[in-house]
Design a protein around this ligand. Structure first.
Ligand code: HEM
Length: 452
């Protein structure tokens, strides 16, 4: 029996659509969805791939049938030299176990103490800024978010490793993205230049997180953070948790937990700079709610507009722009089509969030969409910057709190203006990245007010 495929972009014999994907993955996915509808079919070499573009299908795959649609084995094979068997990769019982183990660190109760860290790090990050000077905004945001994740989850000061970590992350993500686009895992034993660079970057990041472990061991005390939890509750004292498990956990949290929020903030500054009306309304809220003092966790419910800006930024530029592909372990039916066992199923928050059926005037930056009450008509499965279902981002509330408080703390003191003439096209690697080194000028707000 012949499988009836849904429509999709034409590919080449043998290669399928990999060349188009290599050229511009974001454009390919957007085009596939706009041209071919709710389920688009394409090929990665011999592998059948499907892009889902409707919340009904998305809920079906990520929630209702999540247990028969685990994360794809091929993609896992590609990224596992870096992520090991951490929570981003593992499936089934092992995933449940890891998620249960980490969950207490993300309990809403803990967000109060994290909030203090986020504000403190934003203040420290700005301490060296001089009004009128230019800065690469990605480097500035990475400084803050790397410190945030290390202090909050590992109780570790990361001041000295920010530049090394950021460079190694960029390198590993770019190397893995290439393999991912081609859907070909390159075995680590092959003596290639790329493998050498991959190994170097992984070694660098391993040494960073394992230093946190060594530092912890010196005191051996429960400091109430994720690292202490891993070390104590799960066997360090009993010799249980293995070196690899620890390493995989820490690498996963460290890498999933800093670039994503840093890039979200970069996009927020870009959008604010391009929308002075939104910027003005943000300042009005910050002045009214905070009256010049730094924000605290208690202010969060009042920072309504700041939160709307973060949500709208995550709509237009969701750092997790393409969810990990899911692989049906049996043939499934979706939207009237049979999706064969072993296919790759893709879902892109970026593509979905820019669909005019679900978000009118989708390309417009309009935080008003997320005014409490006005957002009621956004159906479940349509706005998914953190995914949905059992694999939803464990750090969603952490990241939102972090982004809102960092934005509030910085915007209260500075206007962040984009320098003209820069390319701002996003790059769809494993995460949605702004172009590296976007330049801004920071101007102290008192000066802005005096000039107005
Ligand atoms: C704005 C910031 C962030 C965005 C946009 C984001 C996005 C996502 C998305 C879309 C997923 C689901 C992937 C899928 O279903 O394939 C995910 C998973 C995950 N994220 Fe985040 N994330 C952010 C921040 C964080 C932070 C701060 C942490 C940790 C400190 C974190 C840790 C994780 C982990 C461990 C997973 C895997 C969860 C699982 O599979 O059970 N993320 N994230």
């Amino acid at each position: 029996m012949k499988t009836a495929y849904p429509p999709g972009p034409k590919g080449m014999p043998l290669l399928g659509n990999v060349l188009q994907i290599r050229k511009n993955k974001l454009a390919f996915m957007l085009h596939a969805a706009r041209t071919h509808g709710d389920i688009a079919h394409f090929r990665l070499g011999p592998i059948d791939a499907y892009l889902l573009n409707h919340p009904d299908h998305i809920r079906d795959v990520l929630i209702e049938r999540a247990d028969v649609l685990p994360k794809d084995r091929l993609q896992n094979k590609i990224i596992s030299p870096f992520f090991g068997n951490g929570m981003l990769i593992s499936n089934g019982e092992e995933h449940h176990r890891q998620r249960r183990m980490a969950q207490p660190a993300f309990h809403p109760r803990r967000l109060d103490s994290y909030a203090r860290i986020f504000v403190e790090q934003a203040l420290q990050g700005m301490a060296g800024w001089r009004s009128g000077d230019e800065y690469a905004i990605d480097a500035e945001m990475l400084k803050m978010t790397i410190q945030n994740v290390c202090l909050a989850l590992f109780n570790a000061d990361a001041t000295d490793i920010v530049a090394r970590a950021a460079a190694a992350m960029t390198s590993i993500i770019e190397l893995l993205s290439t393999e991912f686009d081609l859907a070909i895992p390159i075995p680590m034993w092959l003596p290639t230049q790329r493998n050498r660079r991959k190994r170097e970057a992984i070694r660098e990041l391993d040494s960073i997180v394992m230093k946190f472990v060594a530092d912890w061991r010196r005191s051996g005390q429960d400091r109430g953070d994720l690292l202490s939890m891993l070390m104590l509750a799960h066997g360090e004292a009993r010799g249980g948790v293995t070196h690899d498990e620890l390493r995989d956990h820490l690498i996963t949290m460290f890498s999933a937990g800093h670039e994503t929020t840093a890039f979200t903030l970069v996009w927020a500054w870009i959008l604010l700079s391009q929308h002075p009306d939104v910027e003005a309304e943000l300042w009005t809220e910050l002045d009214r709610v905070l009256g010049g003092r730094p924000p605290t966790a208690e202010d969060l419910p009042q920072l309504v507009y700041t939160t709307m800006i973060v949500k709208e930024t995550l709509r237009l530029y969701p750092a997790g722009w393409l969810l990990s592909p899911r692989e049906p372990h049996e043939d499934i039916t979706l939207g009237g089509y049979t999706i064969p066992k072993g296919s790759m199923i893709f879902i892109s928050p970026y593509v979905l969030h820019r669909d005019g059926r679900f978000f009118p005037e989708p390309e417009r930056f309009r935080p008003e969409r997320f005014r409490p009450g006005a957002d009621k008509h956004i159906a479940r499965g349509t706005y998914i910057p953190f995914g949905i279902g059992p694999r939803v981002c464990i750090g969603g509330a952490f990241a939102t709190t972090e982004a809102v408080l960092t934005l509030a703390t910085v915007a209260q003191r500075y206007r962040v203006s984009l320098l003209p003439g820069q390319s701002l096209a996003p790059r769809g690697n494993l995460a949605l990245r702004p172009p590296p080194g976007v330049k801004v000028r920071v101007i102290a707000r008192k000066t802005v007010a005096a000039a107005a």
